[in-house]
Design a binder for this molecule. Structure first.
Ligand code: ST9
Ligand code: G3P
Length: 800
């Protein structure tokens, strides 16, 4: 687990912190002082620790990059976590110069960076317009126009009209990077960020690795970061600029295309795309726009770097949102069709101590998102200047090559699409519904079954291609998220919500004071007179505070998630949440796998190259090693699958089928057929940890059980937006009245996810009529008994 460096330190300035308790929300008290001491203490603390190098690429998916794009020298830099500003000053030649030069260090620093016009694109618009796919799209659209206007014979006129339209689209889409503007913005950002943040932390070894790959491999790089804030893309370009790495072209949602700002954005590398490829007015695909999206190919052909936010939106939960793979599919196609020899993919993790965007909480409270505007941006900058936002850490992962010989995703992709062989096995939602309704599997006879068979027939070609690229996107996002540093605020929020919800004395919670200060109103700090004046810390129980703490806590959800799901699946919910009867490991893992599939919109337990079985098996082994679980008895009999069930490891097929048969034969998993019976340790410490794990998932399960109860009220079709709003009101009322055990179960993102999951599961059926999406119960879940089974399935996990 990667910790924020702040977490490793205690800042020993008692008086300052006493003041802070007296003025917990007065940011001005703490905003300015501390850097030098903080930096030295922190650096010394780090130098004595051997910490693993964060961000190596996946050994099993990209074995060659794992070796080639790495150097042991990066490991020796593993403790060199720097403050960006320190790097700037130390790298700048002004150190050797006089007083004035030192005063002008930022100016000199940005002037010395290596950025010039020749690094960037030329003639992109014209080249794209001459591309064969674009040309044929223009002709098709022009022909349609022609026919619609009943003007046969006027093709040329129609074509030039469509071409003009395409040119206008492209001019919006294509960036026009200006080195001078980058320098100027670099200077402004260095100054601004110095005020916004205590420090911007980057790993020198990681940057060296990226730089080496960028200079030696001479192929385009694609940066794929997690998306937490609008500051993300400013930070990445700034960091690359500071290290003389070329600025990437950034795919920006057209919600940011507002006057003045759009010009600035294009000068800094942004290019605008629609976030949804919505259909044209007549319900057809907008083939012209889609073909123009392939301008990205031209960028890659001209060796440009690209930056794509796979989630397409900033995380509102602290957890990464689902990856969307359209842009990535263009990158993959560009390489597979031979337009470029290779691409290096760089997942990027970003972590903030504190939420930067003021509107997240109001969105979670059900208020609509405010559209971006210049005024909004100015207010945001002003707000940031007045507050203290702690630290930010950016982790660049090891670049990996997409080349066929290396990346197994791509070799599988090529095999499936360019030589048309093989079949993809994929877990379907249908199987999951079966898990919930197992005893009545025959219920699926009829319409849904037919739909499913149809889907299965269609699986091999386009769906498997999509699935592979989706898996690549999921893997990258998983890696980027895993490499994101855990900040002290995340740890404190998590401990307060799920370990010490009723409060804890400060001395017991051994954390940095700084985190408590940054959490501000979300925590209550009280001084108890009977405990030698010790401070007690407890989470504030107001709804906004719980939502905000939940956001921070979710940032370390991925660290515990597989253990937590095992803990959740451990019992058939006895009153204390801890079963006294030994539990079959095989049953436990099966139940955990079911839950992780059910919660697929909330958690990603493993990257697509690992089987769920493997991950949960490892989690059980880990919990046994910790002593939290112990083996009560070994089964002497080999597990023999029941006649109705497949042998376990085959039950949930691997998402990717690149493992050869030989590898499968060598694997331990095939042999793991002997069951054993597990119990939870009786030691209070272990039980406390186990309950903590269970609590981590409880708010999510509480939201889903609430949604399963609410589904009973859906007696007739309802607009999706109304349904979501009513469900949200229902959950929020439970929270406000104190009925909900976990107030954070009513966050708006959870509400939206439950609706999405129930649609995917086939509980809710959606129809689109007159541009409105309506929801109704599917025929399978029309009988109340089946809706009850859904609820019973959720309640079958431990809800503490
Ligand atoms: C030192 C100086 C400092 C300076 C600092 C300066 C900093 C820079 C400033 C400038 C920055 C500006 C702001 C940047 C903002 C970034 C953050 C964002 O905006 S985030 C928001 C913006 N970013 C994003 O949204 C990026 C992520 N989103 C995506 O990639 C989306 O998929 C989409 C937007 C491309 C399409 O939307 P979607 O509704 O999904 O559409 P469809 O499903 O219809 O698919 C379209 C096509 O893709 C295909 N396809 C799809 N999936 C697959 C697959 N699995 N497999 C294969 N193919 C797949 C599909 O077949 C189809 O192809 P075709 O049939 O037409 O040939
Ligand atoms: O989080 P969103 O949905 O406001 O989108 C943020 C993106 O950076 C803008 O395209």
């Amino acid at each position: 687990m990667e910790l924020s460096d702040g977490f490793l330190l205690q800042v020993n300035n008692g008086e300052q912190w006493c003041n802070r308790w007296k003025h917990p929300n007065d940011d001005s008290v703490s905003h300015r002082p501390r850097p030098t001491i903080f930096f030295i203490t922190w650096k010394e603390g780090l130098l004595n620790r051997k910490r693993p190098f964060v961000g190596r690429c996946c050994h099993s998916c990209t074995p060659q990059s794992w070796v080639i794009i790495y150097d042991n020298v990066f490991t020796s830099l593993h403790v060199s976590v720097y403050k960006l500003v320190h790097i700037c000053v130390s790298m700048c030649s002004c150190r050797q110069r006089g007083w004035l030069a030192r005063r002008l260090s930022y100016v000199l620093f940005v002037m010395e960076r290596d950025v010039n016009k020749d690094m960037f694109t030329r003639n992109v618009v014209d080249n794209v317009l001459n591309n064969s796919r674009v040309e044929s799209a223009i002709v098709t659209v022009a022909t349609d126009l022609d026919a619609a206007a009943s003007l046969p014979g006027q093709e040329h006129k129609a074509i030039s009209k469509v071409k003009q339209k395409a040119r206008a689209f492209l001019q919006e889409m294509v960036a026009n990077i200006s080195p001078a503007f980058i320098r100027l913005t670099g200077w402004v950002l260095l100054r601004l960020f110095n005020g916004f943040f205590w420090s911007i932390q980057i790993h020198k070894g990681q940057l060296e690795m990226v730089k080496k790959a960028a200079t030696e491999q001479n192929v385009p790089m694609v940066f794929l970061p997690v998306h937490k804030s609008h500051i993300d893309y400013l930070l990445i370009t700034l960091i690359l600029f500071c290290h003389n790495i070329k600025a990437p072209h950034i795919a920006a949602g057209n919600n940011l295309s507002i006057p003045i700002l759009s010009t600035l954005i294009r000068k800094l590398g942004g290019f605008f795309i629609r976030r949804r490829m919505e259909e044209t007015g007549d319900g057809k695909k907008d083939i012209l726009y889609r073909s123009l999206l392939h301008a990205v190919k031209e960028l890659l052909r001209q060796q440009q770097f690209l930056e794509v936010y796979l989630e397409g939106t900033r995380s509102r939960s602290g957890k990464p949102s689902t990856a969307r793979a359209g842009m990535l599919s263009i990158v993959v196609d560009t390489m597979c069709t031979g337009s470029i020899a290779d691409v290096l993919v760089v997942p990027v993790g970003i972590s903030y101590d504190r939420i930067l965007e003021g509107n997240y909480n109001s969105e979670q409270l059900g208020k609509p998102k405010k559209n971006e505007s210049l005024w909004g941006i100015a207010c945001g900058v002003f707000r940031m200047l007045r507050k203290n936002y702690g630290c930010v850490r950016v982790d660049f992962n090891q670049p990996f090559s997409l080349k066929v010989t290396d990346c197994r995703f791509i070799s599988a992709f090529i095999q499936k699409n360019y030589s048309c062989c093989g079949h993809m096995r994929s877990f379907s939602r249908f199987q999951l519904s079966l898990l919930i309704l197992k005893p009545d599997a025959q219920l699926f006879e009829g319409q849904e079954e037919e739909e499913q068979q149809q889907l299965n027939r269609e699986l091999p070609d386009d769906l498997s291609r999509r699935q592979l690229i989706n898996n690549l996107a999921k893997h990258v996002l998983f890696t980027a998220n895993k490499s994101s540093a855990i900040m002290s605020t995340h740890i404190v929020a998590c401990l307060l919500l799920y370990r010490h919800r009723q409060g804890v004395v400060l001395s017991k919670l051994d954390v940095v004071m700084r985190a408590l200060h940054l959490l501000g109103n979300c925590v209550n700090v009280t001084s108890s007179s009977n405990r030698n004046g010790e401070f007690t810390i407890a989470p504030s129980q107001t709804v906004p505070a719980l939502f905000e703490l939940n956001f921070y806590s979710n940032c370390l959800f991925h660290v515990f998630i597989s253990d937590a799901i095992i803990a959740e699946s451990e019992s058939d919910h006895p009153p204390d949440g801890l079963s006294s009867l030994p539990l079959s490991q095989e049953r436990l893992i099966r139940k955990a796998a079911g839950l992780s599939h059910f919660l697929v919109n909330e958690v990603t337990v493993a990257p697509p190259c690992q089987t769920i079985y493997q991950v949960f098996h490892d989690a059980v082994t880990r919990l046994i090693q910790y002593g939290v679980l112990y083996v009560a008895e070994e089964d002497q009999e080999e597990l023999s699958p029941s006649p109705t069930e497949e042998p376990w490891p085959k039950k949930f097929p691997e998402p990717l089928s690149w493992r050869s048969d030989e590898e499968d034969e060598d694997s331990d998993f095939g042999e793991e057929q002997r069951d054993r019976y597990l119990k939870v340790s009786v030691s209070p410490e272990h039980q406390e940890f186990f309950v903590f794990l269970q609590r981590l998932v409880s708010p999510v399960l509480e939201a889903y059980s609430g949604a399963a109860i609410f589904v009973h009220s859906l007696s007739q079709p309802m607009a999706e937006s109304d349904y979501t709003q009513r469900l949200f009101r229902y959950l929020l009322t439970r929270t406000e009245r104190g009925v909900a055990a976990y107030g954070e179960s009513a966050t708006h993102y959870l509400v939206k996810n439950t609706v999405r999951t129930f649609k995917e599961l086939g509980v809710l059926k959606q129809r689109r009529e007159n541009e409105v999406t309506t929801l109704e119960l599917s025929s399978t879940f029309l009988p109340q008994a089946n809706r009850n089974k859904l609820l019973q399935y959720i309640l079958g996990f431990t809800l503490l």
